[in-house]
Design a protein around this ligand. Sequence first.
Ligand code: SF4
Ligand code: SF4
Length: 220
Amino acid sequence: MIVGQQKPFDEIWGMVKDHKQLTVFGCNTCVAVCHQGGNKEAEILASLLRMRATQEGVEIEIKNGGIERQCEHPFFESAKDLLDSSEAILSMACGIGVQFVAEKYMSTPVYPALNTTFLGDVKTDWHFTEKCQACGDCILGITGGVCPVSRCCKRLFNGPCGGSSKGKCEISKELDCAWQLVVDRLEALGKLNDYEKITPIKDWSKDRAGGPRSFKLEGF
Ligand code: SF4
Ligand code: SF4
């Protein structure tokens, strides 16, 4: 899932306060799981913005709503009337959703309520950890299922750096060294010999270095 964190409230207020009307628009999938951008959070944020407007004597009508996913066309049908009549939209989706809304509503200002942070998993209900950077050429098959792109601070592909110590990364004693995790997993799989294999230089053109990527299913 995509993890995001709500921007500081003052930053959000600063972006939207000059409008006469605003719709706070939730996205009820990934960013709802991390309790930052779902329809419930949109309702709460809209209330906080109304209070701030009252405190500062700013006249702004604030509505709120939301859909299941702000990154797919079909979900927008249920919110058409709300968005068509909006002067400005504060999207609570990840950066994909914000750009999707901005493309759909070319002449409506669309603002991000979140900082999109990473592709991660749900460690516990309230704790999310980074697991993937969508590098475009997955190598989990040779690293025992541990991603060195997102979990090694130096993105190393052939073993740990000299700073790895007692299984921890040199940047923090709290952080597992990704390469220790790779070794542990290969050992558990009985494939420790794989650790000796040299991983060739990665083709980063499949990552962001190759520009925006696209994927089109043939035959449709
Ligand atoms: S190797 Fe690339 S695609 Fe695979 S998990 Fe890591 S970042 Fe994601
Ligand atoms: S200590 Fe481990 S995780 Fe940290 S940068 Fe070095 S190899 Fe990567």
